[in-house]
Design a binder for this molecule. Structure first.
Ligand code: NAG
Length: 324
């Protein structure tokens, strides 16, 4: 069996302490859970990167390198429906001519979201020229209406990013240039006039590594609907000899339309603050956010965030930075 995708992942207890090295400190096996683990992998396909569950149709969608799958939830190890979404040869050649490795000049699927009732929205790195498109769920045969994925999806397969679809509009945290030097959080699709983003300034985002995003409804009216982005970035508020990385959460309001005179086409509701994961006994500050999971309440208006942190090395504990 080649590299595949586990439908169920077991995470060892004592996450914070174990995360310092890649080897878990403790490991516990649950035989009854192991029986439930199903494995899926397809010949010649690698780099399974993202998945999306459609509870109504009991379908699991999986994005990989050059391919997207639809699997029945009940039998993920059965033959799957597959869409092949490859980069044309001439396009791959021009990618390698720009000095990129052949392995990087493929289409690594990075975004898979529900666009509307009948379509999925997907984006891939497309040989350092990110592309997005729609998949008609009923047919599941091709990626249609292809458009540029710049500002939505990373260029580079290893670059971390985050995206969430809210009321048919994509909110994305990624980099917007080939060199990967311009981080951006934006409303990336929908009406052109409503496409607003972060300022290109280190006070907004300073070398961030994005790990996740989530949407929270703020009540019936929709006025308090907010989108959250989780990342680790370099702190600017501490003047140390070495760079200090800090875990953060940023939020923007769904109703934000940008400023009129200042902050035109920029968020006017962007706030960020520091997350803290500290072991008081050892004084270890787990300052790198590795992943985040949001557990929504039934009505969707409140949530609990679970984060996985690790420690860069010994770093001094820093008080919360306050809002931007
Ligand atoms: C893709 O998978 C191959 C083989 O498993 C691995 O060596 C490579 O690092 C992966 N690439 C990315 C971008 O994840």
């Amino acid at each position: 069996m080649g590299p595949g995708l586990w439908f169920l992942l077991l995470v060892p207890a004592g996450l914070g302490a174990a995360a310092r090295s890649a080897v878990p400190r403790t490991e516990r096996l649950f035989p009854e859970v192991q029986q439930m683990v199903h494995r899926f992998s397809q010949e010649a396909i690698s780099n399974y990167s993202i998945f999306l569950v459609a509870p109504q149709t009991r379908t699991l969608y999986v994005g990989a390198k050059n391919a997207i799958f639809a699997l029945p939830l009940e039998s993920v190890n059965q033959p799957a429906k597959m869409i092949s979404w490859e980069v044309p040869k001439n396009h791959r050649d021009s990618c390698t001519r720009k000095g990129k490795k052949e392995a990087e000049c493929h289409n690594y699927i990075r975004i898979l979201e529900f666009a509307d009732e009948s379509h999925l929205f997907t984006c891939g790195t497309f040989a350092f020229d990110p592309q997005c498109g729609f998949i008609k769920v009923a047919n599941f045969s091709s990626v249609e209406r292809q458009e540029s994925g710049r500002g939505k999806c990373p260029f580079e397969p290893t670059q971390q990013s985050a995206a969430v679809m809210v009321d048919d509009v994509l909110y994305a945290a990624t980099v917007s240039n080939f060199l990967g030097t311009q981080p951006i959080i934006s409303r990336a699709t929908g009406n052109l006039e409503e496409r607003i983003r972060t300022e290109m300034s280190v006070t907004w985002l300073n070398d961030p590594v994005f790990v996740g995003s989530t949407f929270l409804r703020g009540g019936e009216s929709g006025e308090n609907d907010k989108i959250y982005f989780f990342f680790t970035e370099t702190a600017r508020e501490y003047d140390f000899y070495e760079q200090v990385r800090v875990p953060r959460v940023a939020r923007v309001c769904k109703g934000d339309l940008g400023g009129l005179k200042t902050l035109q086409k920029r968020w006017t509701t962007f706030l960020k603050t520091q997350l803290i994961c500290l072991d008081p006994e050892s004084g270890t500050n787990f300052n790198l956010l590795k992943d985040v999971f949001t557990l929504h309440s039934v009505n969707g208006t409140s949530a609990v965030f679970y984060g996985i942190f690790s420690a860069q090395r010994w770093v001094p504990f820093l008080a919360p930075a306050g809002a931007h």
